[in-house]
Design a protein around this ligand. Structure first.
Ligand code: FE2
Ligand code: FE2
Length: 310
């Protein structure tokens, strides 16, 4: 099995071997038809382009690009076309599949027509958009937590039964779930009106399975917690983010702080590194050459060279 880290990161200086799987987790692109600015204020296409450029700068060759919903703001067919046009060339260069997850701002029929190449036979065009990916032994399951006509979330009994069936057989490297509405509380009052409902039934399906992590979006800020004993990680948005510097009741959007996450899947742990999308002067002390010099040393020599205080 080949690690998906860039070659200069495939050294082992600590207790963990490099992660065998890497996922890029992005969320809430909120594109509009005709490239319109969201709310007349946010250039969501420029912000997505900046985010995708930042993803490429990491040098990672991810196993998948996962977009956890609110892909468009109004579910317009042209917005899905524009999203595809922006993301697919990047995914092709990275050699990674794209996993599209539905959010409350999406519309199932338009999303199915615009982003899914093949609908499941017999599926109604407003059926939930779910899927299962085998990423070299790591199973990724996309759930659809949307409720047509509403902004809050729910996973209906049929979908939970389907999920239980999928999870009945464990995967070699375990399972990661991706859905839009996080099964976590928010400290911002308005988000709890729009939360995922009937979480107890969802927890019952997850408990005792090989689910190792849950990826979500919806909140437009990065946060994390646990649900049914499983770590949950929420990626911020590519379009605009919530300014958490305000008191909870006064939190609103701002055109700054956009971020995505690098999800590193190790044998016994998954980490979620938040990557702010910023242009800033950055040092050059550490480099591939520096890492190669360290790699040529014994562990004790490395400690002497880099850990000992002078
Ligand atoms: Fe959103
Ligand atoms: Fe949302």
């Amino acid at each position: 099995m080949t690690s998906r880290e860039p070659s200069d990161a495939r050294v082992q200086f600590g207790r963990h071997a490099p992660a065998e799987h890497v996922i890029v987790h992005l969320s809430d692109t909120h594109l509009l038809a005709g490239g319109a600015a969201l709310g007349g204020r946010y250039d969501v296409e420029a912000n997505l382009a900046a985010t995708l450029a930042a993803v490429e700068r990491t040098g990672v060759r991810p196993d998948a690009l996962v977009f956890t919903g609110d892909l468009t703001d109004l579910g317009e067919p042209d917005a899905y076309r524009r999203l595809r046009d922006a993301v697919e060339p990047v995914a092709e260069r990275l050699g990674a599949p794209v996993v599209w997850v539905a959010g409350n701002h999406d519309e199932r029929p338009a999303m199915r027509a615009g982003l899914m190449d093949a609908a499941a036979p017999g599926d109604r065009d407003d059926a939930p958009l779910t899927g299962v990916w085998d990423l070299r032994g790591l199973r990724l399951v996309a759930l659809d937590s949307t409720v047509p006509g509403w902004h809050h979330g729910q996973i209906d009994a049929d979908q939970l039964a389907w999920l239980a069936e999928v999870l009945a057989e464990p995967a070699p490297h375990g399972t990661i779930l991706a859905l839009h509405h996080p099964p976590l509380p928010s400290h911002i009052p308005f988000f709890d009106i729009l939360e995922l409902r009937e979480q107890d039934a969802f927890a019952d399906v997850i408990r005792g399975t090989d689910v190792r992590g849950i990826l979500a979006g919806h909140l437009h800020y990065s946060t994390s917690g646990t649900f049914a004993g499983v770590p949950v990680s929420v990626a911020s948005a590519t379009c605009y983010t919530m300014n958490l510097q305000r008191p909870a009741a006064a939190v609103n959007g701002m055109d700054a702080g956009q971020a995505f996450q690098l999800v590193h899947v190790y044998d016994d742990v998954i980490t979620h590194a938040v990557v702010p999308v910023v242009e800033a002067p950055t040092g050059d002390y550490f480099s591939a050459e520096w890492t190669a010099r360290m790699a040529a040393l014994t562990p004790q020599e490395r400690l002497e060279a880099f850990s000992r205080k002078r």
